[in-house]
Design a protein around this ligand. Sequence first.
Ligand SMILES: Nc1nc2c(ncn2[C@@H]2O[C@H](COP(=O)(O)OP(=O)(O)O)[C@@H](O)[C@H]2O)c(=O)[nH]1
Ligand SMILES: [Mg+2]
Length: 194
Amino acid sequence: MELNLNNVSLKISAVKKSQFLSDLPQIVFCGRSNVGKSSMINRLLNRKSLARTSAKPGKTATINFYDIDGKAYFVDLPGYGYAKVSYEEKRRWSIFMEDYFRFNCDKRLAVSVVDLRHDVSDLDIDMGRYLYDAGIPFVVAATKADKLSKTAVQKNLEQLRRVYDFENAVVIAFSSQTGQGREEILSHIEAALS
Ligand SMILES: Nc1nc2c(ncn2[C@@H]2O[C@H](COP(=O)(O)OP(=O)(O)O)[C@@H](O)[C@H]2O)c(=O)[nH]1
Ligand SMILES: [Mg+2]
């Protein structure tokens, strides 16, 4: 499906499950707090600050639905794994995220965002297995590639592909700064929507 990426807007910042939207297919972005999900959404849409980004991790506890050309939603989930919030708060977020995944809507693709510079975390692996078990197709977008040399990018990509081998997931190097990987991710999104 061809998407007009100039025709996008924030539809709702959901704080409770009764606000979840279900009238369009959804592309959902998940990953650790501060990994670069919002920056990725901005870069994919070529917008500077549609999705709010933050140098301070752990701030986003809303699930944001962006209307993409009236044909799909991009869904920006709260990040997981941020250490400095209370146990209660973490629990609240994780229940909220589970509510979203249990919610009966048409999820076409998940973009599991990981940091290309670091070893993949247990939480990322858990997320991947969760998506796999839920039958939600996903691609792994390994971001912040601009912070690595070309050789390190290749080496870390190979490592990630071994880690995600159990799910046969596609792993794509990405950078919100340079736009590397943008076309490839968009083509997976468009394919998932058609
Ligand atoms: N160099 C670089 N910095 C990035 C990239 N993506 C995100 N960042 C930075 O990482 C921080 C967190 O990004 P954000 O998009 O808010 O992460 P989120 O919590 O996952 O939504 C911000 O300071 C961003 O500027 C990237 O591809 N390259
Ligand atoms: Mg964010």
